[in-house]
Design a protein around this ligand. Structure first.
Ligand code: GLN
Length: 489
């Protein structure tokens, strides 16, 4: 078996059967990284090879006397660099966290490490997860493994690029308005944003607290289900995490068809502005789902047109408040130009934050200021309720909603960086599910003429990740997109 080309479940099986050892896995991945990472630049920080090889040797030794039992054991996992890792640099893609080494693990990292996975490294992202291309990272952009002059999407672009380039077997991302699904679509991999509250955010650097979710980026849908089995669940450290039963997400995949499934097709997501190549690919995917026994129903999510505006008010307002903690006292970077305390705060934030973060802090502060609060923030909250109701109404009639993940095909580095509004519009199709708090998954559904991946988005009812996983898996098995891999050169 090819170690680096394997999915998580294939690699697990190989390890359990004894076809590969933990040391083989660790070696293969570090070799792969040494070859492709200089081109892809998926990581901000790589774990030390010696540390992982020592862990691998210990695991191999232990496995002589007992059979492998934990699903994540010896699995090379990458973690987005806005998720805290104990004793390992965590930057959030920002200069302002320079040298910040968390004294604790995020809950999701603890859960994976308890099963003795390998922590390969911390992946690149737009600063504080604000962006759609990784170009807003203080450490420079990552590249799309399918074409190195293209962006990998964002903000979890490093995680998606690392999975697509076989620099890890699975990765963690975070999604506030699309940051798992959109880069997954750009890189031809699977990305799942769980229901708000499904997965603990303890240890995630907060961007917009009413929207942020952690979720998996994987090579196939089965791997996403396996990851959800580990990640999901109530966490007393996260007051917003939901105390609901956690199913076995892989059980849902046993049914390989979607007979009697009612698929909603929201017309607003197929209107003007949708790239024709994306449109064709998604319509073809819908036809596949119909062949598998589903029925399509056109419907409307009438407030879709104001979702981006609503999102950028809610998200920036919350960001302006969350980012107030970076003051040069508590974490990371502090300016050298210190006058009095106020000047120190100002100079630290001036030097430590990039342009996009400053833009959002200003926009958010403005939206929350007295006199404008009712006109902007309160209004955005009211519209958010209307958006959520659109989904509730739709889900009375259908089981899932299907639409493109992104309105365009993958763009070039530099193409949108000078035009924030254009960049924001690449979130057009992902922010609605975020505002509604519902789960959504992106799976590969074809390629553009230029050879770049296209993503299909499947959205479900709250806490019905099993349903979207099942539909995504049925689609994935009926098509062969996941077999195509990028040739990095
Ligand atoms: N691209 C969106 C933004 O810039 C979403 C980011 C995210 O989901 N973290 O806010």
């Amino acid at each position: 078996m090819s170690i680096i080309k394997s999915t998580l479940h294939e690699l697990q099986e190989g390890l359990t059967r004894g076809d590969v050892s933990a040391t083989d896995i660790a070696r293969a991945y570090f070799l792969r990284i040494s070859v492709v990472e200089p081109k892809v630049k998926a990581y901000i920080t790589l774990n030390e090879q010696e540390v992982i090889l020592a862990e691998a040797r210990a695991l191999d030794e232990a496995m002589k006397s007992w059979r492998k039992t934990m699903p994540m054991m010896a699995m090379p996992i990458a973690v987005k660099d806005n998720i805290c890792t104990k004793d390992m640099l965590t930057t959030g893609g920002s200069r302002i966290l320079e040298g910040f080494i968390p004294p604790y693990n995020a809950t999701v990292v603890d859960k994976l490490r308890e099963q003795q996975c390998f922590l390969v490294g911390k992946t690149n992202l737009d600063e504080f997860a604000m962006g759609s291309s990784t170009e807003h990272s203080a450490f420079g952009p990552s590249r799309n493994p399918w074409k190195l002059d293209r962006v990998p999407g964002g903000s979890s672009g490093g995680s998606a690029a690392a999975v697509a380039a076989d620099e890890c077997v699975v990765a963690l991302g975070s999604d506030t308005g699309g940051s798992i699904r959109q880069p997954a679509a750009c890189c031809g991999v699977v990305g799942l944003k769980p229901t708000y509250g499904r997965v603990s955010r303890y240890g995630l650097l907060a961007f917009a607290s009413s929207l942020d979710q952690i979720g998996p980026v994987t090579k196939d849908v089965r791997d996403a289900a396996l990851m959800m089995n580990v990640l999901a669940g109530h966490d007393p450290h996260d007051a917003t995490s939901a105390d609901v039963p956690v199913p076995d997400f892989t059980r849902a995949l046993k049914k390989k068809d979607v007979k009697k499934l009612k698929i909603g097709v929201p017309s607003e997501f197929f209107a003007d502005g949708l790239d024709p190549e994306v449109h064709t690919a998604v319509r073809e995917a819908l036809a596949v789902l119909e062949e598998l026994g589903g029925t399509q129903q056109e419907l409307s999510l009438p407030h879709t047109g104001v979702a981006v505006a609503t999102y950028y008010l809610v998200a920036t307002a919350e960001a302006s408040s969350n980012l107030a903690r970076y003051d040069g006292v508590k974490y990371g970077f502090r300016t050298r130009e210190c006058g009095d305390l106020m000047e120190m705060y100002q100079a630290t934030r001036q030097e430590g934050f990039g342009a996009e973060v400053k833009r959002r802090v200003m926009l958010g502060t403005y939206a929350l200021s007295s006199g404008y609060y009712d006109a902007y923030y309160a209004k955005a909250q009211a519209v958010r309720t209307l958006i959520r109701r659109d989904f509730e109404r739709a889900f009375e009639a259908v089981d899932v909603l299907v639409m493109p993940t992104m309105p365009t095909t993958v763009f070039r580095l530099g193409e949108k960086i000078g035009d924030p509004l254009q960049m924001y519009l690449s979130d057009l199709y992902t922010v609605s599910a975020s505002l509604a708090g519902v789960p959504a998954i992106s799976v590969p559904c074809g390629f553009s003429r230029a050879g770049l991946p296209i993503g299909l988005q499947i959205v479900g009812r709250p806490f019905e990740e099993e349903m979207i996983l099942r539909v995504a898996r049925a689609y994935e098995l009926a098509t062969n997109w996941r077999r195509k891999r990028p040739l990095i050169r």
